[in-house]
Write a protein that binds this ligand. Sequence first.
Ligand code: SAM
Length: 351
Amino acid sequence: MNFSGYMLQKSIRPFLICGDSFDVLRKFPSNCIDMVITSPPYWGKREYDNGGIGLEETSESFINNLLLVIYEIKRVLKQDGSFWLNIGDTYKNKSLVGIPWRIALKMIDEQGWILRNEIIWNKIKGGMDNSNDKLGNVHEPLFHFVKNSKYYYDTDAIRSKPQKTIIKNGAVVSATGVSGVRYKRQIELSTALSSIEKQNAIKALNDILCEVKEGTICDFRMIIRGQQRTTHSDSIKVSGRAKELKEKGFYFLKYHPNGSKPRDVWDILPEDSQNRCSHFAPFPEDLCKIPILATCPKDGIVLDPFVGTGTSLAVAYLFGRKSIGIDISEDYINNAYQRFYEPSLFEAVNV
Ligand SMILES: C[S@@+](CC[C@H](N)C(=O)[O-])C[C@H]1O[C@@H](n2cnc3c(N)ncnc32)[C@H](O)[C@@H]1O
């Protein structure tokens, strides 16, 4: 079976291809993949069989080889597609090489990618580190790149569960119990607000409490001049909120009724269930969930060109998306295959 054969199939079971990802991708049509998520081998840390990327003598040739594959990724990605790249750093002569950012900057400068986020994956527990002159490392970056400034992104699919307003002593209060009584008192007793500003603040507070009652927002915070500590700049030139405080004496932070958006630091334990003995760096499923839900449409297709144990495809399958995985190692492809198909049916394509 080839790419078009798989696309014609109704089944969403992942399609696995054994081969060098550069060679395999060169045979794919342009603009056919909705999102790519991958973790290539890290330079100088290769523990895999069958050669491939990561064994280069110098970091420069490693980066150049990877950029060749990334160039093909950009070609096969649809115009509104996303590319999520997880790659860790390496020490050389006692110094961090800066591999992730060297790659990211070359992607931006030489290939025209747009970098939307750098997510810090906090692995919570690190590997063994016996050095006595530096801190232990527990994080890796996950970059979110896009091809164009307009791209597919479903924020609602990744929001946390919205909190509900509650009834307290017969009155509707916000999800975290904000009734407005304290804010009212702070406004009335304020020495930093003029009397007209106080009137306006009380009216705005009553309006927002109505919004809570009606369910158009589930929660809010009020920032009143001279009362709450702010986290933004005090300069009205750089902060719209500082300007509001100066001009009106207050502003609101409204919580989205559909729940809040994830932030860019993710606490996720490394995977240790998927064949840890035969593969050394499988993705944890949670690392793939937000990227797939947010940037692959329901009828879209996910690609992982360094698929290893097939975790990214397993998450795509779980969320009902088609997916394609490529790996140079027949053993890993075989392993991944057994996750989705009966072992006796093994017929992964060898390119
Ligand atoms: C860090 S692992 C990926 C792990 C994967 N994310 C998982 O969840 O198991 C990198 C994979 O890239 C594969 N690989 C290395 N060079 C390759 C190449 N040139 N083409 C395709 N796969 C390659 C290795 O065999 C290895 O399985």
